[in-house]
Design a binder for this molecule. Structure first.
Ligand SMILES: *Cc1c(COP(=O)(O)O)cnc(C)c1O
Length: 462
């Protein structure tokens, strides 16, 4: 199994190399050269299996010969042991033929744990075999950083430094980054905003002396291993609802397009998915683009669903690559145009995108109203991101086809917005109820490349 870049100018890599590399050298994103197929019988055979066994069967073909079956089973068992629900990704019924896929039972209460916990173990296993160690540096507006710190803490071949904008993440998110006591994980509160955090991370990757000296690696949402780990819950939930014998639809609260792109891969593998609906908040570049208005950057407007506040959706490049018939030259040209503001999608590609994706947007007022209405209708408390999904799903669904809306975070991760919407302050789950009592360890740091690089050099394990 080989992985190729969406821009066509980087070397082909194995699964393990693509995972450890992250971004391709030509600036593109790695995609599988061929998408493995699961037959009707293969999918039917998933019925009744554990989440772990489903992960093994769905992901195995993507790994090639990078890990043995025993190694991979062991990695999966470790990755999903820390979830607080025996089904890891349980389904709940919201209304007739409308279901909520609860992806917030991992250690940091957001769906990013599914991929991050798995790649933490994959990294550790690969690096230990190679006798290497790496330094992971990432920027976060909240959820990715907490998931990464939780997934990599205590692993012996990895140091992790997460930059977040000082004073601009929620208290739950900050505490999830600052309370783990393991010496190999480091929360850095940067004096700047999220864009500046991202810019400094980019600067470090472009400083080749530093990059090679500390063996920099990235685990942001463009990492292909993260995308593939998310394919699994499309299969597990669809099979629970009767696939492959009937079609299932999905609605996905979307920001960087990683989660919904995993749904596209599931469909290409053979899962009978009817609709894949992209749900955006007021930062609706994806909805406008899928609606035929071109892909043009605007200003990011902060919202009550901060994990979906994006200007440019990094994984959308992968969707474009397939919509343009795997034409990497065309993708490279679009990305050049994006650097100077945006681009129009060709008629053919727009047609291909509209055969795969539907889309809708949800305003701040609609998000709050949906939290309140769902609580009254079924007693379920949604986080703002999940509420956007439920609202957009309601507008797009065909009542005859089961609709699964992805609940991407636990309401307790965004308590202020939930309280505003319905008056209830959602309590933290029991396994985390002492979060406010744990002691914090965080370094406040200047928005300055030299200061950051010195700090990292000094604190990596030798
Ligand atoms: C990251 C995130 C999203 C967006 O997912 P993408 O894969 O970036 O589209 C949605 N909701 C929550 C809670 C998230 O943390």
């Amino acid at each position: 199994m080989k992985y190729i870049s969406t821009r066509g100018q980087a070397p082909e890599l194995s699964f393990e190399e693509a995972m450890l590399t992250g971004l391709a050298r030509d600036g593109g994103l790695y995609v599988p050269a061929e998408i493995p197929q699961m037959s009707h019988d293969d999918i039917a055979a998933l019925s009744g299996l554990s989440y772990e066994e489903t992960t093994f069967r769905v992901m195995r073909p993507f790994l090639g010969d990078c890990f043995t079956d025993d190694e991979f089973r062991d990695i999966i068992a470790k990755a999903y042991a820390g979830f607080d629900h025996a089904a890891q990704a349980p389904l709940k019924q919201l209304a007739p033929n409308h279901f909520l896929l609860e992806l917030f039972h991992g250690p940091t209460l957001a769906f990013k744990d599914f991929a991050m916990q798995l790649i933490g173990q994959l990294f550790q296993s690969a690096l230990a075999r190679r006798g290497e160690r790496v330094t992971i540096v990432g920027a976060t507006s909240g959820d990715t950083g907490s998931a990464a710190i939780e997934a990599f803490k205590g692993l012996s071949n990895v140091d992790v430094f997460i930059l977040y904008p000082h004073g601009r993440v929620s208290e739950v998110q900050r505490r999830q980054m600052s309370t783990p006591a393991e010496a190999n994980v480091h929360a850095l509160a940067l004096d700047g905003d999220f864009d500046e955090c991202q810019a400094r991370v980019k600067d470090m990757f472009n400083d080749f002396d530093f990059r090679d000296g500390v063996k920099l690696a990235g685990v942001n949402s463009i990492n292909i291993a993260r995308v593939l780990a998310q394919v699994v819950y499309y299969f597990s939930s669809a099979v629970s609802l009767g696939a492959p014998h009937r079609k299932i639809s999905f609605t996905v609260p979307t920001g960087n397009f990683g989660d919904i792109f995993a749904g596209y891969i599931a469909k290409q593998m053979g899962l009978p998915i009817d609709q894949l609906v992209v749900a955006t908040n007021q930062n609706d570049i994806l909805h406008r683009c899928l609606d035929g208005q071109g892909y043009y950057k605007g200003e990011t407007i902060p919202s009550i669903s901060p994990s979906m506040d994006i200007q440019v959706s990094s994984n959308f490049e992968r969707a474009l690559y397939f919509a343009y018939g795997r034409d990497s030259g065309a993708v490279a040209q679009l990305m050049d145009e994006l650097a100077s503001g945006g681009f129009d999608v060709s008629q053919g590609a727009l047609q291909a995108l509209s055969e795969t994706y539907d889309s809708g947007r949800c305003s701040e007022a609609e998000t709050l109203a949906t939290i309140k209405a769902q609580l009254a209708a079924s007693g379920d408390l949604l986080c703002p991101h999940g509420a956007i999904g439920v609202k957009v799903a309601g507008e797009h669904r065909n009542p005859a086809v089961p609709m699964v809306t992805l609940a991407t975070a636990h309401p307790a991760k965004f308590p202020a917005a939930v309280k505003d919407a319905c008056g209830i302050h959602p309590p933290l789950p029991t396994q985390m109820s002492d979060l406010y009592d744990r002691s914090e360890r965080v370094t406040r740091i200047a928005n300055d490349l030299t200061t950051l690089e010195e700090h990292i050099r000094k604190h990596i394990s030798k």
